[in-house]
Design a protein around this ligand. Structure first.
Ligand SMILES: Nc1ncnc2c1ncn2[C@@H]1O[C@H](COP(=O)(O)OP(=O)(O)O)[C@@H](O)[C@H]1O
Ligand SMILES: [Mg+2]
Length: 264
């Protein structure tokens, strides 16, 4: 069980599509949290074609938090994603609303960790790094923070300084094992190994360049033939397994370190 945050440095590498794709390909029921401070709910507008009312979500939780009722309100703020076992916690409608979430991120991070302890995996779309209203506390509390990048030179050039900043921040608090890359379009042109060398972070999952399949997640396009057995969905399933393995390994390492540090 895990809380996994996806974020990006520049451009639009596919955070929203990948976060939704991972949530729907996850081997257990998972919750997708739209924490992108840009607002506009990419999933409701894209995957759902704007056909589903924007109810509940983070603004309701911000109000509930003011009344000290965050945990009780969390289940009702989430909506089911049809034809799946997944849930969606819709984000804000606008970037102005995101400012009022500043007080929510810390308690929400605690509430999501509690969900995770109860067997519910959580995938967070944190949008782009450095925006006003960004969900910093979710990054601090997550089991994994994944910088999403394409493998082109402009993408890597844009991601490089953010990768360094994240690396320094996580290293300072002994959290480097919680930080990695999701590579979208591996080999187009740079390989996972090139990307690891340039960004100085491990590539924890790779996804193929597959615009038709990705459009199912990003704009609710009609599913191409053999979508469920296609390259993107298969890679998303492998990514889910690989990410869970990293979380399990990190926890095992932490448990060993804690027991070694404990007096006999
Ligand atoms: N694996 C992929 N292969 C091809 N295109 C992709 C892939 N992932 C995402 N895309 C496309 O990239 C564009 C941006 O995706 P989106 O998820 O909205 O990015 P972000 O959230 O980073 O802004 C969309 O057109 C989407 O369909
Ligand atoms: Mg997005």
């Amino acid at each position: 069980m895990a809380v996994i945050v996806l974020t990006s440095a520049s451009g639009s590498p596919g955070v929203t599509s990948t976060a939704l794709g991972l949530t729907l390909s996850w081997p257990r029921p998972a919750v997708l949290v739209e924490a992108d401070p840009t607002g506009g709910s990419g999933t409701l507008a894209g995957f759902f074609h704007g056909n589903v009312a924007h109810t509940g979500g983070l603004m309701d939780l911000a109000l509930a938090h003011r009344e000290d009722a965050l945990s009780e309100s969390l289940p009702t703020a989430m909506m089911p994603i049809p034809e799946s076992t997944a849930l969606l916690l819709p984000g804000v409608r606008s970037h102005q609303q995101a400012r009022s979430l500043a007080i929510l991120w810390s308690p929400l991070a605690e509430a999501l960790v509690a969900l995770e302890r109860n067997g519910q995996d959580v995938i967070v779309d944190a949008g782009r790094l450095g925006l006003e209203g960004a969900p910093g506390p979710l990054l601090n509390k997550a089991d994994l923070v994944l910088l999403t990048s394409r493998s082109t030179l402009p993408a890597l050039s844009g991601a490089r300084s953010w990768a360094q900043t994240l690396r320094e921040d996580f290293d300072r608090v002994g959290s480097l094992p919680r930080l990695g890359i999701v590579l979208v379009g591996a080999g187009q042109p740079y390989s996972a190994r090139d990307v690891r060398n340039v960004l100085g972070l491990p590539v924890m999952a790779t996804l193929p360049w597959d615009p038709d399949a990705a459009a199912v997640f990003s704009v609710g396009a009609r599913r191409p033939r053999k979508f469920d057995r296609g390259a993107l969905v298969r890679a998303l399933r492998s990514a889910a397994a690989a990410l869970q393995a990293v979380v399990d390994r990190n926890r095992a390492d932490l448990a060993t370190a804690t027991s070694v540090g404990r007096p006999a």
